[in-house]
Design a protein around this ligand. Structure first.
Ligand SMILES: Nc1ncnc2c1ncn2[C@@H]1O[C@H](COP(=O)(O)OP(=O)(O)OP(=O)(O)O)[C@@H](O)[C@H]1O
Ligand SMILES: [Mg+2]
Length: 153
């Protein structure tokens, strides 16, 4: 049965240098469950995409200490749940925003694949606007139970 074994909450300013920091913290939070390299890599990629969206879309690249991202993690015996929350502009049409190749910044450096990447690398994702403004992305990653034994052990 899935049991909650640990929780973590952090707040960081929406600055691009915090993207790598956030993904490293979330990865470190999971290591006790002995995840595979692939599972950790998937989680890092998904967290990066969500945090980048907060920096570039929710807070429109202001890089300000006043613009906050909240990351909450719950570690269960068999999975991680991570929520990435901003208090920025929100998303007017979530269904459209989640379509592959949709971006509100065509012609720039964005390819519109962030949500698609999150969807394919994690086991579930939900995206919601908050009543006070901003967006929360909640994702779950289930860890494989059977790990390959290293021969000789
Ligand atoms: N936290 C957010 N706040 C406001 N709008 C967002 C947020 N996250 C995503 N969006 C909107 O959803 C659209 C799709 O996001 P997605 O991450 O899939 O693509 P992208 O960020 O435009 O491009 P890419 O991630 O490939 O660089 C964005 O273009 C933006 O309009
Ligand atoms: Mg994106």
């Amino acid at each position: 049965m899935s049991e909650l074994i640990n929780t973590m909450s952090m707040q960081i300013p929406a600055k691009s240098e915090n993207e790598s920091f956030a993904r490293a913290v979330v990865a470190a939070f999971c290591v006790g469950l002995n995840p595979t390299i692939d599972e950790i890599s998937d989680i890092k990629t998904a967290v990066s995409e969500a945090v980048t969206n907060c920096v570039v879309h929710a807070y429109q690249k202001r890089q300000s200490n006043q613009d906050i991202i909240t990351i909450e993690c719950k570690l269960f015996t068999d999975m991680l749940e991570v929520s990435i929350r901003d208090y920025g502009i929100g998303i007017s049409d979530i269904k459209k925003a989640m379509e592959p190749f949709y971006t509100s910044e065509p012609g720039g450096e964005r390819s519109g694949m962030g949500f698609t990447v999150m969807q394919s690398f994690m086991d579930s994702i939900s995206v919601n606007n908050q009543s006070g403004g901003g967006t929360v992305v909640t994702m779950q990653k289930v860890f494989t139970k059977e790990k390959e034994q290293v021969s000789g052990e």
